[in-house]
Design a protein around this ligand. Structure first.
Ligand code: SF4
Ligand code: SF4
Length: 372
């Protein structure tokens, strides 16, 4: 199997070449200009960071990349989709506000932000990839309608998938709220009766007529009719229609790979990973614990699978920072060369996701690393 090329730049700078210059040189060397951007709608998928979290990718990098894309004739926009859990990015109003607060605003980045799955996370399309786990992933409409996908990934740990990189940024990050339900859950939603106000919104919009109010005026799901579409979870404003049982990490990662395949389906695409502020957990939290390894650099590739493998290998080979939680929980262990994501989140299995991604044709794991 032929190796894919992953390009990498470290974080050393000079007065004539700062980190933005280095990133631009990296993506050009990796071949981004081979894509024909002329008059194309380009979805630049990025995580805007939950307010309070400071580990997300700085808007400055997005601004430089957007300017490059515009110079190549593209019509780029920044995008992400709404979250399944309640927070400050669970609907487009809050999500846009959070993006602006975190610096993804027109002053800092010269393009618009479009929340991919609309106001309440219900604006999506099913992409029929016929996956083994997800037949037709539910992807935010703005991403499905885009002509080209550029993925800017913050590479860090993740409590359910092991790490979050290129595949997760796309697979989970472009899924509508119903899609996220399919990714996370091994069962249909459930009703938390304590939170339910009996507002009937879920019943009104359930296309399967699977919800009615019981005699206590609480929503009740008829599981013979429910197809697990997630619409009720997306629409409930009271955290009463919620995720059922969490799926295993393996199955979550298999499904993320299939969702990523749906996002990239028949589109040119390119991926950048920022191996900086490698926090133990996701940027969806409103805080970020101390990084586990030193900031390493930026990597880029046309192959998201090889890119994730290369980034994971770099973190494995890196020394652990002494002030991190990982160093404190393993005070006498030599952790250089160890899988730090597995050490932090023993129930997770990121390798399973990369194996599945390779199997379904998203890209090979084997890579050649070229330093720029
Ligand atoms: S589950 Fe949510 S949307 Fe449905 S009736 Fe209860 S509060 Fe309203
Ligand atoms: S998941 Fe979909 S089908 Fe099932 S109860 Fe909710 S809205 Fe209805």
């Amino acid at each position: 199997m032929e190796a894919s090329t992953v390009y990498f730049t470290n974080l050393r700078t000079t007065p004539s070449s700062n980190l933005l210059d280095k990133m631009e040189r990296l993506v050009k060397r990796a071949g981004i200009e081979r894509i024909d951007f002329k008059n194309q709608f380009v979805a630049v998928k990025i995580h805007f960071g939950e307010p309070g979290n400071l580990a997300y990718i700085r808007p400055n990098y997005a601004a430089r990349l957007v300017k490059l894309l515009q110079n190549l004739g593209a019509k780029p926009f920044l995008t992400d989709s709404n979250t399944l859990y309640s927070g400050k990015r669970a609907n487009a109003v809050d999500h846009l506000h959070s993006a602006m607060l975190n610096g993804f605003n027109p002053i800092a980045v010269p393009c618009n932000v479009i929340i991919a799955d609309g106001l309440k996370g219900t604006d999506c399309r099913e992409v029929p990839i016929n996956g083994a786990y997800c037949k037709a992933p539910k992807i935010g409409t703005a991403v499905v309608d885009a002509d080209i996908i550029i993925s800017m990934n913050h590479f860090k740990g993740h409590e359910q998938s092991g790490f979050g990189g290129a595949l997760k940024n796309l697979g989970m990050g472009c899924a509508s709220v119903g899609g996220k339900l399919e990714l996370h859950s091994s069962s249909q939603p459930v009703i938390d009766a304590e939170n339910c106000t009996g507002c009937r919104v879920c019943a009104k919009y359930c296309a399967q007529a699977a919800i009615r109010l019981d005699k206590e005026k609480k929503a009740a799901i008829d599981y013979r009719k429910c197809v697990g579409c997630g619409q009720c979870v997306a629409l409930c404003q009271y955290s009463a229609a919620v995720l059922g049982q969490d799926d295993t990490s393996e199955r979550l990662n298999y499904k993320i790979a299939e969702y990523a395949k749906a996002v990239l389906w028949e589109k040119p695409h390119f991926h950048l990973s920022f191996i900086m502020n490698v926090s133990p957990e996701c940027d969806c939290w409103n805080h970020n614990d101390a990084a586990i390894v030193p900031d390493l650099g930026i990597a880029a590739s046309f192959n998201p699978v090889a890119l994730d493998q290369a980034c994971a290998d770099m973190v494995t080979q890196a020394p652990v920072l002494p002030n991190s939680g990982l160093a404190q929980t393993h005070p006498h262990a030599h952790l250089q060369g160890r899988d730090k994501f597995r050490l932090m989140h023993p129930e997770t299995n990121w390798q399973a996701g990369l194996d599945h991604a390779e199997k379904i044709g998203l890209g090979v794991k084997k890579y050649e690393l070229i330093t720029v």
